[in-house]
Ligand binder design. Structure first.
Ligand SMILES: Cc1ncc(COP(=O)(O)O)c(C=O)c1O
Length: 394
């Protein structure tokens, strides 16, 4: 049966989408992490209603909006969050940069796990702090890849490069590997951060994009101690494909950290967008949960199709089987060694296949020889993209 997510929506001539405009017209974009699907009708209806009012002046993020975030956390994870713990931010990248500004002094360190979403590696530069890298362990099972924490590597990255680690900037579910960390891993991370007095900033933007019905635990909900040292960043932006509205939320249960975070945000006049408030409130209210369920089924099918296609058609290429997100991570290093593809891979695939995918090295150590591919698109687009990669390899 056809799905509403099969519809091909023209983003190139009908929008200024970054994804669809950064490369020449003959190039199919499967890079930037937004999806080629329309947002849920309930969100679009509420946005139309707001425009119908006619006056688009400054607005507060309402108490009701903060409550909708708190209720969502209660409903999804039985996590007891108060409306006042919720601080709106104009995006999660902004959120973790604020966290670094208040939590890390210049010359102190921020620990990250690579390969990782590239803005995680810019924070240190923005805040004159030190980069501390705990590379994830790549585990290969036949042609499938998955990633684990190497605890020796993690422990030795703490206070490395002659700097005290003051913040652990965590990505869960992990972009680009699609890993959802287990409760056991989260407990171990919290224990280390407790022992070494490290602030945790957890980017959980992909936490509702769970494939195969997987479960997710926010690290702050592991224990009351974890909650007291964690800034959790969430949004409706990936879940309901409204990333261009630029609203996210920091959940901060430690009052002193929250006050400092809010003061820093105010100092920079980091106010949030009215349409983003509306989209988040509707998304978190639960009225789009049926839409989300269908989306997750569609993404799971896309993921299965993709992994199967890669194994059948791209000999020598390995791929993750992501547990979450609409992002796959492909290892071309064997083909590079054989001279069949050349680095940088993004240029190679644009030139030979007219397809734009993210280049692995931009995700930091562990990214060489990889690309990230976005499968948040109609199946027909996914097939077209895979055929283009196949043609480039041929
Ligand atoms: C892990 C992660 N964090 C943050 C973002 C961007 O968030 P925002 O647009 O709210 O700044 C993305 C977008 O791809 C992401 O994957």
């Amino acid at each position: 049966m056809p799905s509403k997510f099969d519809e091909i929506i023209d983003r190139r001539s009908k929008s200024n989408s970054i994804k669809w405009h950064a490369f020449p017209e003959d190039t199919l974009p499967m890079w930037v992490a937004d999806m080629d699907f329309a947002a849920p009708p309930a969100i679009l209806g509420a946005l139309h209603g707001a425009i119908g009012h006619g006056v688009l002046g400054y607005e507060f993020p309402s108490k009701q909006l903060q409550e909708s975030v708190a209720k969502r956390m209660q409903k999804l994870y039985s996590w007891d969050v108060k409306a006042d713990d919720v601080v709106p931010v104009p995006g999660l990248v902004t959120g973790f940069n604020i966290a670094a500004s208040i939590g890390v002094k210049p010359s102190e360190g921020i620990l990250i796990q690579t390969p990782v979403y590239p803005p995680f590696m810019k924070v240190q530069k923005n805040t004159a702090t030190v980069t501390q890298i705990a590379e994830l362990k790549k585990v290969t099972n036949d042609r499938t890849l998955h990633y684990e924490v190497d605890w020796d590597v993690f422990e030795s990255a703490v206070h490395s490069n002659d700097a005290k680690t003051s913040m652990f900037l965590f990505c869960n579910p992990h972009n680009p590997t699609g890993t959802i960390y287990s409760d056991e891993d989260l407990k171990r991370m919290v224990d280390i951060c407790e022992r070494e007095d490290i602030l945790i900033c957890s980017d959980e933007i992909h936490s509702e994009l769970l494939l195969d019905g997987n479960k997710f635990t926010p690290i702050a909900n592991i224990s009351p101690e974890a909650a007291q040292r964690t800034i959790t960043l969430i949004a409706a932006s990936k879940t309901f494909n409204v990333a261009g509205l630029f609203v996210g939320f920091a959940i901060i249960q430690n009052e002193s950290i929250r006050r400092r975070f809010m003061a820093e945000s105010e100092k920079m006049t980091l106010h949030t967008n009215t349409f983003g408030h509306i989209a988040a409130e509707v998304g978190f209210s639960g009225v789009c949960d049926g839409w989300l369920e269908e989306l997750l089924a569609y993404l799971t099918d896309n993921r299965n199709f993709l992994v199967d296609y890669v194994k059948k058609n791209f000999p020598g290429v390995k791929i993750t089987n992501p547990e979450s997100t609409f992002l796959a991570w492909l290892d071309f290093s064997e083909l590079i060694e054989q001279g069949k593809v050349t680095m940088p891979l993004q240029d190679f695939f644009i030139e030979k296949g007219k397809i734009a995918i993210n280049d692995g090295p931009t995700f930091g150590p562990g990214g060489g020889g990889f690309v990230r591919l976005n499968f948040g698109c109609p199946r027909e687009t996914l097939i077209e993209g895979l055929e283009r990669i196949k043609a480039a390899l041929a």
